[in-house]
Design a protein. Structure first.
Length: 255
């Protein structure tokens, strides 16, 4: 295993979900102190405990990206405890209303507002509070998770697709505005990434169809996102900024 994060502190919002826990483990295995942030503190504590049991360094910390006071407190606690942050990965997803995200005519606007409030405005709040601390540290990275849904014209999920597209614009803004102050900013756009929650929700037929849509022999796993996150957050990504990188087994490539 590489050791690209020795002496680095990386904070993750949504650090204990299916993808987030994979990223947290990977960064810790490469030497980072990982601030495992999640609205589900029990899950964050579990992920951090697993990392520590393997000899890594992690601190669980509650963050609700939908609440500015919570985001601010998260960043300040991370900085106060560890002396600064070198990277912030906004990866969280409040999926409460994903099932309501039907189409632009039918959707209940309360569901629209809540999805946007947490998953779009929340990423903005993470940016707003993390970037000044990364600059104060002397430079580092913002990283965001969007989705292949941001690239496709889908008959459903209009709000999810919109908010993930907006994250691309946010990341490019950060790269453009703060790049000369040492802040790189990129997005990972995953395809279908299997983890226990997804496997429970999606049936075998859906998974079989998804497999026909990728150009490699298997579907995605959290370790695939973790590998790209580690590259982009490390100095190996030093000349990569303002980019949306698809990690999707070729599902989004042009035919
Ligand atoms: N799994 C996939 O197939 C897939 C595909 C494309 C994009 N994505 C994106 O990847 C990211 C992670 O997805 P996942 O599949 O690991 O989902 P997940 O539900 O397993 O993880 C999401 C995490 O975010 C946390 N969270 C929810 N609301 C929060 C809030 N208000 N503040 C802080 N944390 C909050 C949850 O507790 C959970 O730990 C999401 O942004 C998602 O849109 C996933």
């Amino acid at each position: 295993m590489l050791n690209r994060f020795e002496g680095k502190v990386i904070a993750i919002a949504g650090g204990s979900g299916g993808i987030g826990s994979g990223v947290s483990h990977r960064l810790a295995a490469e030497g980072a102190v990982v601030i495992v942030g999640d609205v589900n503190l029990d899950a964050a504590e579990q992920t951090a405990a697993e990392i520590i049991a393997k000899g890594g360094r992690a601190m669980p910390l509650k963050i609700d990206i939908g609440d500015e006071a919570s985001v601010k407190a998260f960043v300040h606690t991370a900085v106060g405890t560890h002396g600064g942050i070198d990277g912030f990965y906004a990866n969280a997803l409040d999926s409460t209303h994903m099932g309501d995200d039907s189409d632009a005519v039918a959707i209940d606007m309360a569901a629209y507002d809540q999805m946007m409030h947490v998953n779009s405005r929340g990423y903005f709040l993470c940016t707003r509070h993390a970037v000044p601390q990364i600059i104060a540290r002397g430079g580092g990275c913002m990283l965001y998770t969007s989705s292949g849904a941001a690239h496709f014209g889908l008959p459903d999920r209009p709000v999810y697709s919109m908010l993930k597209s907006g994250i691309h614009a946010l990341a490019r803004h950060v790269a453009s505005r703060f790049g000369k102050q040492g802040v790189r900013s990129n997005v990972i756009a995953p395809g279908l990434i299997l983890h226990p929650v997804m496997e429970a929700v999606l049936g075998p037929q859906y998974l079989a169809e998804a497999l026909t849509g990728v150009k490699v022999p298997r579907l995605g796993q959290p370790k695939d996102i973790a590998a790209m996150a580690a590259l982009l957050l490390s100095d190996d990504g030093a000349f990569v900024t303002g980019q949306v990188i698809s990690v999707d087994g070729g599902a989004s490539m042009r035919p």
